[in-house]
Structures are given as C-alpha cells and as structure tokens.
Ligand binder design. Structure first.
Ligand SMILES: *Cc1c(COP(=O)(O)O)cnc(C)c1O
Length: 369
C-alpha cells in the first residue's frame, strides 16, 4: 500500500512557489467539468477577464497557457519569431539568458545586451541597443529578474520599441500581482507570467497577453509556428471563442478554477493595495535583514524577491536546511553566478504578511552564528 499523502505545512518564502491560501486549494478540488461544457467556458471567460484586469490591458488575446512560466516564455517567443528574424535580448540574470536560448531555438538571430548580474538597464543603454540593431523584430526583457532580485524600470521602453518598428516582450513572472504591471500604458506587446509566484496559486498555468500589434505580427508569419502545442493561431479560437470553441488540447480545468480564485483574491484586495502591501513587507524585511548584518545585492531591489549576500564563512545551504527542518520555512539559495553566495527570500502574495516576515527574521537570527 502507498503511504497516505502528508505534505508538511511549510511557509514558502523562496523564489516560488509561494504559500497557497486554503480558498485556492478548495477551488482546485471542485468537480471537474468537460472543457467544452458551457459552464466551464463561462468560468474560463471570467478567468481571462480577471487576467485583463490584473495585467491592466484591453487585449482580447489574454489567456492562461497550459504549463508553468517557462511555457509562457516559449509561447511568446515561438509565436512571434521565425527563422530569418532578428531579436534583441536584455540579459542581467538567468531568465534573460533563457529568453536568448528560446529566441535562438526559434531560428532568430539574437543580439544580446548585457549588464552585470544584479544591475538593471538604463534608458540610454536600451535606446542604444535599439539603435544598433534596427532590423530587430522584438526586444525582450525581464521585469523582475528572480535570479538577482533586480527590478527593471519599463516605462518608456514600449514607445522606444514602437518608434523603431519593434515589439516589446516582457517576462513578468515574479512581478504580476506584487508590483505594478501596466501592459497597455507601458506599450507591452507580449507578456507572460506564472501562477505560483505573486498570485499564490499552485504552479501549472502561465497567464499571457498579446497586443493587437503582436497579433498582426503573428498573422504576417511566413512559416508555421514551430511548436504545435503552443501555437496561438490554433489556441486563440478556444480561448476567445472566435470560430467556435474548437478542441485543441484539453484545458487544465481545475487549475483554471484555482487561477480564477487567485485572481479574484487579487481583485478583492485591490491591485494598488496589494502592491502597497508588498512594498511595506519588503521594507520591514529589509530593515530586519540589514540589522542582522545582511546586505542586498541589487541596487534596485524587487519587493517580491529579496536577494542578499551570504556573509563570509557561512554555509548557506546548512542554514536553509535548518530553516526548513526546524521551522518549516523555505527560502531560496543563489542561482547561476550567485550559487552558494546569496539567499533569495520571496515576499509573494500570501507569503508577504507581517507575521511571516517577523517569523522569518526571528528564525534566521536563531540560525545565524
Ligand atoms: C519562475 C520564473 C520563470 C519560470 O517559471 P516556471 O514556472 O518555473 O516555469 C520565468 N521567469 C522568471 C523571471 C521567473 O521568476
């Protein structure tokens, strides 16, 4: 006999997933409907409408990709790029690097602009990159670089890209639901996020949105999208109802219930209140960490991901192990360049609460030599 499932109740304060509220877990356990059942289609349409509110967009083509954040990244890039295209990618951490890898796999010629890990791009650096590569079809950038905790300012970049005839593609996996993300105001043409970060939903879906300009670019493709599963030209009929709700693949019904609940929680709290809460919890955590002698790596830190240097001579993995085993508390270690050298503390959605911040600070103080 298989032992009963008994996952421990952990406080998830790493780079994702974040702690999931009971209300969302209950939504997951609601009866499964058929993916063409009118009642389910109603729930799905509501979910897409809530996604528009949280993305702050009117984009008709806004839907949850079946898969985690990386599937969202692939959906955006594989539908907008084809062999022969050029693209610019901004790299200051792991996820910019993954964007580049995906762009190359689409057959595009990729021009990278890089700044050191932990830093962000200035308007001038972005303007220069656009000027240097005028034939690029797209510029791709990460809003919230989870590997370093750096917060990239995106204001003005949409206009710069559009003036040069380019599309702006944005990774908002660790910002949506925790930081301001204004798709229409910022002129973003394609954006993807994930459920398990600041939306505090289990992992499994990736909210994406495409502007009318991006839709035009997809319609002007000369070659079929290289991914069958993620081909928006086929998916859009099901999600937007155009041409009937034709079957493409079976939607992850119960995950859509969970996302609908997670987005409802965001809208009930109010986007502005929610962002203010993340800012406040970041300040509380930052003051406490600095009192413990820990310093932040990025100059422009995210609220949602706090990346601090591990002091000399400390076994960072051992401390994370103690936090997990003695306190049921998860934080993240460094990634890539920062492996073994940093801790990454997430303040995402449900986890961004005063009681959790104070618990973490007390536990960390107890574990530090
Ligand atoms: C987590 C993350 C992803 C990937 O999401 P998965 O859900 O792990 O596939 C992509 N980009 C950023 C910035 C992330 O933080």
């Amino acid at each position: 006999m298989v032992a009963p499932l008994h996952p421990r109740q952990r406080l998830l304060m790493g780079p994702g997933p974040s702690t999931v509220p009971a209300r969302i877990l209950q939504a997951l356990s609601a009866p499964t409907l058929g993916h063409l059942d009118p009642q389910y289609i109603g729930y799905m349409d509501e979910t897409c409408e809530l996604m528009r509110q949280v993305f702050r967009t009117e984009n008709k083509l806004t839907f949850p990709v079946s898969g985690t954040g990386m599937a969202g990244m692939e959906t955006v890039l594989v539908n907008l790029l084809e062999p022969g295209d050029e693209a610019i990618v901004c790299i200051n951490g792991v996820f910019g690097g993954r964007m580049k890898d995906n762009m190359q796999r689409c057959g595009a010629t990729v021009h990278s602009v890089e700044v050191p890990w932990g830093e962000t791009f200035t308007k001038d650096q972005l303007g220069e990159a656009i000027e240097r590569h005028p034939k690029a079809k797209m510029i791709g950038i990460v809003h919230a670089e989870t590997s370093t905790g750096a917060h990239q300012d995106l204001t003005g970049l949409g206009d710069m890209a559009h003036d040069a005839g380019m599309l702006l593609a944005v990774d908002a996996v660790t910002s949506l639901g925790g930081h301001e993300v204004a798709v229409d105001d910022w002129g973003i043409d394609a954006i993807y996020s994930g459920t398990q970060k600041c939306l505090s939903c289990p992992p499994g879906l990736s909210p994406v949105s495409f502007s009318p300009r991006a839709l035009e670019a997809m319609e002007a493709r000369e070659t079929p999208v290289r991914s069958w599963y993620l081909d928006v030209s086929m998916l859009k009929n099901y999600y937007t109802g155009g041409g009937g709700r034709a079957y493409h693949h079976t939607a992850p019904i119960n995950m859509v219930y969970a996302l609908r609940e997670a987005l409802a929680i965001v809208v009930e709290e109010g986007l502005e209140n929610r962002i203010a809460r993340h800012a406040e919890m970041h300040q509380l955590l930052r003051a406490g960490l600095e009192k413990l002698g820990l310093s932040y790596i990025p100059q422009h830190s995210l609220y949602t991901l706090n990346c601090v240097s591990v002091p000399e001579g400390i076994d960072e993995a051992a401390i994370r192990g103690r936090l997990l085993n003695d306190y049921d508390l998860e934080i993240g270690g460094g990634l890539g360049v920062f492996a073994g050298k940093a801790w990454r503390i997430g303040l995402m959605g449900e986890s961004a609460q005063r009681k959790h911040v104070l618990t973490l600070l007390a536990a960390l103080e107890d574990c530090l030599p």
